[in-house]
Write a protein that binds this ligand. Structure first.
Ligand code: NAP
Ligand code: SF4
Length: 675
């Protein structure tokens, strides 16, 4: 029997057939903006070669005012057509199909030239948009049609018209952003006129045999958003206007509800798409937090959609579909929905890549060639740095021995997976276990390695990680003081009133761990919806709960402390920090910044404020948990140097202050590629 029979069955669109029901969803990677079209082409072709059903490109602007930011890639002239032709040719040679997303950002454009139905500034851009007049709206339609015609000339199999996520077309649909009184505003019929008109005119211009995906906002998650009845009304009109497929959009970018972060349950929004099933006669795609073939198959089995969209999973593993079809799903590198190397990069103006796959968007530059001279390679430490080095080195034909003192691989990933909302880390560790077991790697766990044991290897790599920083706080060795390791490894008894020293990534994680009890909301869609106030767009506008049931009371009273006078959590991920802060606020975690630590004793932790150490205060707690960062564990590296063995030191053992899995995996993979 074939694996994933629904996901892998073809989808007949009448004039063309998609080889399976997997869409690689649109992502802003920044690749197009490099103008290195060979690199762009290779990124998509690698995914096409591995059999994804249909690819949608990152958003391409139809004109200057609609571009997400000045300089963003557009489909504006013959040169653009020629550039994109390189991409479509390469994808077609690889046996794939590709559609270009037409993205008009409207008031979300980070540009003083931005335009919108009404002059209402968005909370996520500093630029107030200019209100379009009738001629201005006609120009936008005509520019979108021209972009579609050029996309066709560039060899695309279709276009996706971006109608969701709070972008331009979406902005016309709801009174939140459309206050017009002409034929483009007022009644719902008027507000939906623009998206319908765009689809009708695009279809007219490109003819019958061209895929036209319409990305429909099925739950806006903003005040005064659409209702399900309105979404269905729009869908019916867009179908008549000429769409081939509907894709699902979940939540506007300004929504204060997480929609794709790792703490969102898997397939957490497919119930929304299901509401559309049966109301239109063209296929419907669902999306958001679908990251593994079994999840995709279950979504299709449950009748939530005809096809699934996955975007970030194709950064994590270009061969997602191929591996699933071959019965090798356990070998698919899992997207853990961390956003650390993809969306956080985009918002920092950096090129996208992937925490678990540094080759993503670097396909032409980071190539794992067979080694010219296979070497013996010793790697000490089976955390993310050591594991990625071992995998790539073994893939290249080196003879790898991987040591760890612990009795299992994963290092600090094993702590991350204990945190509610970070369950995806279980899958990441499981993937490493599969890949290390498959590869020709001599894995030696529970082994202490001395420098003298390593003298016979051609290459020695030290990936021994980190150890907690010694803060020197008076009383830190008391019985009421624990380290984050004691807490996250489990077993340590933690009181009901807790102070956490350090509000970095781990301080936040430990707080999350301590305030939760029972099932993690990430494992229970209904509970998660209650926590975040996600209602039902059939009942409330935009799908915001009228009265969200209060989140469950915290399991403990937690105070999070930091010395810097800045907002705690300020340095967390750009696209996820706000979620962590909100999650802890919902659990009444008290955050205190700008403190000095005076001492810890039986009363709790004594703090003061400012350089003059004013306002001495005791925070009465039963337990203090130290989350004050780490320092490199370099004892092996030092011992090796002392006996004259040159070693490569990577990951946290190299730089602890930036300790994170993204840097460790990237550094390890690149080192192994160079051996
Ligand atoms: P971190 O982010 O560097 O935070 C360390 C915390 O300890 C800071 O709040 C720092 O703030 C405090 N601190 C530093 N020196 C101190 C001292 N001598 N005494 C008392 N407090 C001190 O380190 P982390 O929390 O251990 O996280 C390590 C890395 O793991 C992060 O860089 C991140 O990449 C990764 N991580 C990320 C996440 C996430 O983004 N969600 C989660 C987990 C881990 P003050 O100096 O102001 O007191
Ligand atoms: Fe997924 Fe994280 Fe990779 Fe982004 S960086 S694709 S969220 S694993």
């Amino acid at each position: 029997m074939s694996h994933y029979p629904l996901m892998l069955s073809p989808l007949d669109l009448g004039f063309t057939t998609l080889k399976n029901r997997v869409l690689m969803g649109s992502m802003h990677t920044g690749l197009e903006e490099t103008q290195d079209w060979n690199r762009v082409a290779e990124f998509y072709a690698e995914r096409a070669r591995a059999d994804v059903g249909l690819i949608v490109t990152g958003g391409i602007a139809p004109n200057e005012e609609g571009a997400v930011l000045p300089g963003a890639s557009g489909m504006l002239n013959d040169q653009d057509v020629a550039n994109h032709r390189i991409v479509t040719d390469r994808v077609h040679e690889a046996g794939g199909k590709i559609a270009m997303q037409i993205l008009h950002a409207g008031r979300y454009a980070y540009s003083p030239k931005c335009v919108a139905p009404s002059p209402i500034k968005s909370p996520i851009s500093p630029f107030p948009p200019a209100e379009l007049d009738d001629a201005g709206i006609e120009k936008q339609i005509s520019d979108m049609v021209s972009a579609a015609v050029r996309a066709q000339a560039a060899g695309y199999d279709g276009v996706e018209v971006m109608g969701s996520e709070g972008y331009f077309l979406n902005q016309f649909l709801v009174t939140h952003t459309n206050k017009r009184t002409d034929k483009w505003g007022g009644s719902y019929e008027n507000r939906m006129r623009l998206p319908v008109e765009v689809v009708r005119r695009v279809r007219e211009a490109v003819g019958e045999k061209f895929i036209l995906v319409y990305r429909l906002s099925m739950i806006d998650l903003i005040p005064n958003g659409s209702t399900t009845a309105e979404v269905i009304q729009l869908a019916k009109a867009v179908e008549v206007a000429g769409a081939t497929i509907f894709n699902t959009g979940i939540g506007w970018h300004e929504a204060r509800v997480p929609t794709i972060a790792t703490s969102v349950p898997r397939r957490g929004f497919t119930w929304v798409t299901k509401k559309m099933m049966g109301h239109v006669n063209i296929p419907i795609i669902t999306s958001n937090r679908i990251n593994m073939p079994d999840v995709a198959e279950s979504v299709l089995e449950d009748g939530c959609a005809d096809m699934v969209s996955m975007a970030r999973p194709f950064l994590a593993d270009a061969e997602f579909v191929k591996k699933a079809a071959e019965g090798n799903a356990a070998k698919i590198a899992p997207c853990i929905a961390c956003n650390q190397a993809c969306l956080d990069h985009t918002f920092a103006g950096k090129l996208t890549t992937c925490l678990v796959n540094p080759r993503a968007c670097n396909e032409t530059e980071l190539v794992y060639e067979p080694a010219e001279t296979p070497k013996t390679v010793a790697i000490v430490g089976a955390g993310p740095a050591g594991l990625s080095t071992a995998m790539v080195a073994a893939e290249r034909g080196h003879k790898v021995t991987l040591f760890d003192q612990a009795d299992k691989i994963g290092g600090q990933l094993n702590m991350a997976k204990m945190v509610p909302g970070k369950e995806e880390f279980h899958g990441l560790v499981a993937w490493y276990e599969t890949m290390i077991a498959e590869a020709d790697i001599d894995l030696r766990l529970g082994v202490y390695v001395a420098a003298t044991d390593l003298s016979e290897f051609d290459e020695v790599i030290v990936a021994t990680g980190v150890m907690p920083r010694d803060t020197g706080i008076d009383g830190q060795n008391g019985k009421n003081v624990l380290s984050y390791i004691d807490v996250l490894r489990g077993g340590a008894k933690v009181g009901k009133n807790v102070a956490i020293v350090g509000a970095g990534g781990i301080g936040f994680d430990v707080a999350e761990y301590l305030v939760h009890q029972g099932e993690s909301p990430t494992e229970n869609i209904d509970q998660w919806r209650e926590e975040w106030g996600v209602g039902d767009p059939e009942q409330t506008r935009g799908g915001l709960a009228v009265e969200g049931k209060q989140p469950e009371a915290p399991a403990r009273q937690v105070t999070l402390l930091q010395r810097k006078a800045e907002k705690p959590g300020k340095r967390l991920g750009k696209t996820t920090g706000w979620i962590h802060r909100m999650a802890l606020q919902m659990k009444d975690v008290k955050m205190m910044a700008g403190v000095n630590y005076e001492k810890i004793d039986d009363e709790g932790i004594h703090i003061s404020y400012g350089e003059a150490r004013e306002r001495p205060t005791v925070i009465a707690v039963d337990t203090v948990v130290m989350c004050a960062g780490q320092v490199p564990e370099r004892s092996l590296a030092d011992d090796l140097a002392a006996i004259g063995i040159t070693a490569h030191v990577i990951g946290g053992a190299d730089v602890a202050s930036e300790l994170d899995a993204k840097r460790a995996i990237n550094q390890g993979s690149r080192l192994a590629a160079s051996l």
